[in-house]
Design a protein around this ligand. Structure first.
Ligand code: AQP
Length: 353
């Protein structure tokens, strides 16, 4: 039984325009979880250096993710919103985790393979170590639950592996400082310092796919802007992108089984379902038998209805950078206070004087 104090943690990279995948897969869940949980939401600016070192304006990008959090409904006074680089514990714990994680584990990470491409020798060491920093982000606060899109599942499994190895390797030291908790990992009792995090990956659109190719994830780094709906797109652009979205020649089926083998149709129905808080079956009950020429305008209208208030609020917030900076500074101080509690204990466990 997990007896750690429940805490939700998640992060978003300031690496470009946020899109509908980021919103449905992550940010919307962040908002919903606030009502019943203590939450920490982080703009992971250190991660932004892993794939691209020099950014045109990283500070501005960081502010825009914070603005998206707040415009979507995250309350930075009740919870914590901050940027990762403001809390040095992330880097310090990541180093310790670099020494916990095994090369064999890192070599299995599919995101590294995807992002490094064919010439992995030229990828940065940071890109390779990304999942270890991500584990540090979460475990620095001993967070128990992590809302993410489906693409991050493997990294969360690695986070559990790192926590488990740390707990086992340092078991005697953890007992000595008296800060561990008895949990069960499977059937095994473990005296744990770090919790076994639970990923929160659910809903009808845990992996929103590209509008141009239903087999590829919607992504900030896709060369085609038509592949994604950005949170900052205006109504006309959203309508155009939905109109141009790839589909097959058939109409919409009446039941979800009819979406099998039709990735583009499945994706558009999933997006509609997520935006309207319905199941795919409910959406097909309404639109089954209709052509995409009828469904697409309804989808575009719904996307505009949900996103435009967020876009408007983001624009308003981005005009007041001092306000965003003050929110991030306050969040950074509160995050740092919590992180230091963990780091003091971790330094003690590891044996740093
Ligand atoms: N297509 C997606 N569907 C559902 N969830 C998604 N997420 C990202 N893409 C999708 C979720 O958004 C959160 C923040 O992601 P991130 O920006 O930190 O990293 P990412 O996964 O690398 O996002 P992108 O947009 O795909 O960026 P690039 O193109 O740079 O790789 C995470 O919870 C992620 O699961």
């Amino acid at each position: 039984m997990n007896q750690f104090q429940p805490l939700v943690f998640s992060g978003v990279q300031p690496t470009g325009n946020l899109h509908l995948g980021n919103y449905l897969g992550a940010i919307r869940k962040f908002v919903a979880l606030q009502a019943t949980n203590d939450c920490i939401y982080c703009v992971v600016d250190m991660h932004a250096l892993t794939a691209q070192l020099v950014h045109e304006d990283l500070k501005e990008q960081t502010r825009s993710i914070a603005a998206a959090f707040i415009a979507s409904g995250i309350d930075p006074t009740k919870h914590i919103v901050f940027n990762q680089s403001a809390v040095s514990g992330h880097a310090e714990l990541a180093w310790i985790f670099n020494c916990v994680a095994r090369i064999g584990w890192m070599n299995r990470m599919t995101q590294f393979k995807d992002k490094a491409g064919k010439d992995a020798e030229k990828a940065s060491l940071g890109l390779y170590a990304y999942p270890s920093l991500m584990a540090a982000d979460i475990l620095l606060y001993r967070a128990t639950h992590v809302p993410v899109g489906d693409d991050q599942k493997q990294h969360l499994e690695l986070t559990r592996d790192i926590a488990q190895k740390f707990n086992l390797d340092f078991a005697a030291k953890i007992r000595a400082i008296g800060k561990g908790i008895d949990i069960k990992v499977g059937d095994e009792p473990v005296h744990a310092y770090f919790p076994m995090v639970e990923p929160l990956i659910d809903g009808p659109a845990p992996r929103v796919m590209s509008l141009r190719d239903g087999t590829k994830k919607m992504s900030k780094s896709d060369a085609s802007d038509l592949s994604r709906i950005n949170l900052m797109d205006d109504a006309e652009t959203i309508a155009k992108k939905v109109r141009k979205a790839k589909t097959d020649a058939d109409g919409l089926p009446s039941e979800t089984a009819g979406l099998a083998g039709r990735p583009e149709a499945d994706n558009l129905v999933g997006i509609y379902a997520a935006l309207s808080d319905k199941s795919k079956a409910d959406v097909l009950a309404d639109f089954g038998g209709q052509q995409f020429s009828a469904f697409k305008p309804a989808l575009a209208d719904l996307a505009v209805e949900v996103l435009s208030p967020i876009t408007g609020e983001m624009r308003r917030l981005m005009d007041d950078t001092a306000h965003i900076d003050a929110i991030l500074k306050d969040g950074g101080e509160r995050a740092n206070a919590r992180a230091e509690v963990t780091m003091k204990e971790v330094r003690d466990i590891v044996g740093f004087l």
